[in-house]
Design a binder for this molecule. Structure first.
Ligand SMILES: *Cc1c(COP(=O)(O)O)cnc(C)c1O
Length: 400
């Protein structure tokens, strides 16, 4: 029986240009973003400038993590204790965590079997909150034009969680540029890797000034480059608390060369995704999420559904795959394992039941697609999954 021997958690090395830039920072020792010599911009300020240019945003701020980015964005939009924030029922724990960190309460919206927010359920719930923290979970983009039309009409501010959509776009508009604020993560498992880190973009002058002050600018905000003019800070500088969460020059140095090759990496990810899709297309009782024409995705992970399957049957698939080296994460498991937690596991935030999301997640399987996999590896992984899915349904052992 064929077996896969690769690692689902092994990243590619940092590009040599990033290693060289990091060594420069280590040698001069000015790691703090505001510790610059006369005339020097500093890597963090340059990274912000690079990322603003890449996304077409007026302003950008580099921070300590994606979770910090979201909490800061919410705070800058005036979300406080007791406020309701709309969000997807299918997302990762840092999203409800960011809401909970402000003492706010999420109102979760149902997800569709294409793994995007359900517009009908959103419409019903829109009048219950002033802000939507929209998570593009696992890189699936909803119809952003429709979503923005709905939210604009209802006066709901949209903050985008682009942890899985850095480099993606909807109808040519970069992900993170539809809403008022776009938040990204540069944590190891995302599209660029600095271990930990986050980026925030916005065109809103006051909101960005507030976020820069919140991140802990020690009144040195004039050392930023992709930032609003000095006057934008005047009215805010004495009223905005310092909740330190800056990015340092070392991480920024590692990231800049990775941004330069983001497009290239996206194509490599997508080639792997297509190899998986091709290998699984037409498998009976297996659903592949639809990827609309308008969506430009960056597929750093792969999902498929086994709709209506019994838990024991899915466990058989997961077990069969694991024994052949393929690690699938199942979102329907009764207890969270690794990153597969569900809204009903987040006991710090109460939620009404989401029957449709429950149904979708009960059949949802997920895996990473690290760039250390080749397209041949992906074809083999797809073949193993196909075998195991086919045999689990028929109750036989997988074919030799
Ligand atoms: C990783 C992730 C984040 C941000 O995570 P950090 O670890 O705080 O950088 C946000 N949303 C989703 C969906 C994520 O997967």
């Amino acid at each position: 029986m064929k077996r896969f021997n690769g690692s689902f958690t092994q990243q590619e090395p940092i590009p040599e240009a990033g290693i060289a830039a990091a060594m420069d920072v280590l040698r001069h020792g000015r790691l703090h973003r505001y510790n610059v010599s006369p005339g020097e911009a500093g890597e963090a300020a340059l990274l912000e400038e690079d990322f603003a240019a890449l996304t077409g945003a007026k302003y950008c701020l580099a921070v300590a993590s994606g979770g910090y980015a979201m909490a800061t964005a919410l705070r800058a939009c005036g979300v406080g204790p007791g406020d309701a924030v709309l969000s997807n029922g299918f997302t990762l724990a840092p999203v409800p965590g960011a809401i909970a960190s402000l003492g706010a309460k999420p109102i979760f919206v149902e997800v569709t079997e294409d793994l995007v927010i359900d517009m009908k359920d959103l419409e019903v719930k829109l009048d219950r909150a002033k802000v939507l923290l929209l998570s593009h979970m696992r890189g699936h983009l909803c119809d952003m034009d429709r979503l923005m039309a709905l939210c604009d009409a209802a006066g709901v501010t949209v903050i985008e969680d682009c942890a899985h959509t850095m480099g993606a776009a909807w109808n040519g508009v970069p992900s993170g540029r539809h809403g008022k604020i776009g938040c990204y993560s540069t944590q190891t498992y995302k599209h660029v890797n600095s271990g930990e880190g986050g980026l925030i973009v916005s065109d809103d002058e006051a909101v960005m000034a507030r976020m820069i002050l919140l991140s802990g600018s020690y009144m040195l905000y004039d050392r930023h480059r992709a930032s609003p003019p000095k006057e934008a800070f005047e009215a805010l500088r004495f009223e905005t608390p310092n909740i330190s969460g800056r990015m340092d020059n070392l991480r920024a140095a590692i990231l800049r060369p990775q941004l330069a090759i983001l497009d290239e990496q996206a194509q490599r990810w997508n080639a792997r995704y297509r190899a998986m899709e091709e290998g699984l297309r037409g498998t009976p009782d297996l659903y592949l999420p639809h990827r609309p024409e308008a969506e430009r995705y960056v597929a750093s992970s792969f999902q498929f559904l086994l709709p209506g399957w019994e838990p024991e049957e899915i466990e058989r698939v997961v077990g069969g795959c694991v024994s052949r080296g393929v690690e699938l994460k199942w979102f329907g498991a009764p207890d969270p394992a690794g990153f597969t937690s569900r809204y009903d596991h987040w006991r710090y935030v109460a939620s009404d039941p989401l029957p449709q999301t429950d149904r979708v997640l009960s059949g949802l399987l997920d895996m990473r697609l690290p760039l250390t996999f080749s397209e041949e590896d992906c074809a083999l992984i797809a073949q193993i999954i196909r075998d195991e899915v086919t045999s689990a349904k028929s109750g036989r052992a997988a074919a030799e």
